[in-house]
Design a protein around this ligand. Structure first.
Ligand code: ADP
Ligand code: ZN
Length: 215
């Protein structure tokens, strides 16, 4: 299954991407996570990305398209993948299309803006790609990743000021993708729930039922 996840920052894409990845045995590819790991390692990519990420803007299309192409053409993605955070602009969607990889479905997780801002404050991340929330998805041991035992960190761009500009970026640059993929007959919409396991269940059912066109 080749799947794309859409949704505002903090809608729960990353959490659902990891769960789908485990259930289906396919890799979850998060451009945000790739960029954060590059920033933490201080690589050239990280240094370039930092200025954009920390202001809540998008990293230029050619950079992320280059990263994604390398992943999607690797052996690891032969049996499918979940894209979390890519595409984020129409230009990225067009570039993905040009790669000639067939997409089976695009799942969008809808959460109202008011809820997003308050959710962000409890988020915790691990370098391995796992993410947690102090209230909604706490790790077994505070501050430590369940999956790999590393120390969790708080993202610099989860500060309230940056969250507002990320939301604005989302509405302006990413939300048009919903219409774009609806037009392609690939869209599936799920309403993000208060409890993670409820969203997980809705996502599972939605993926079984398929795209809007088939219903
Ligand atoms: P969230 O969905 O919570 O906003 P992500 O981890 O997906 O977070 O992304 C964090 C940041 O990384 C974005 O605000 C943006 O600056 C950058 N980024 C991630 N994916 C892309 C992309 N496909 N194109 C451009 N920038 C990206
Ligand atoms: Zn971890």
């Amino acid at each position: 299954m080749n799947l794309i996840l859409l949704g505002a920052p903090g809608a729960g894409k990353g959490t659902q991407a990891e769960q789908i990845s485990e259930r289906e045995g396919i890799p979850a590819i998060s451009t945000g996570q790739i960029l954060r790991n590059a920033m933490r390692s201080g690589s050239e990519l990280g240094l370039t990305a930092k200025q954009y990420v920390e202001s809540g803007a998008l990293v230029p299309d050619d950079i992320v398209i280059g990263i994604i192409r390398e992943y999607l053409e690797s052996d690891e993605c032969r049996h499918g993948f979940v894209l979390d955070g890519f595409p984020r602009t129409i230009a990225q969607a067009e570039a993905l299309k040009r790669l000639g990889i067939k997409i089976d479905a695009v799942l969008t997780i809808e959460v109202p803006d008011e809820k997003i801002v308050s959710r962000m404050s409890g988020r915790r991340f691990c370098e391995c790609g796992a993410s947690y929330h102090t209230d909604f998805l706490p790790p077994k041991v505070e501050g430590i990743c369940d999956r790999c035992g590393k120390e969790l960190y708080i993202r610099d761009d989860d500060k309230p000021e940056t969250v507002l500009s990320r939301l604005e970026t989302y509405h302006r640059q990413t939300e048009p993708l919903i219409g774009y993929y609806r037009g392609e007959g690939l869209l599936i919409t799920v309403e993000g729930q208060e409890r993670v396991e409820d969203t997980t269940e809705l996502v599972r059912q939605a993926l079984m039922n398929g795209t809007e066109n088939k219903q």
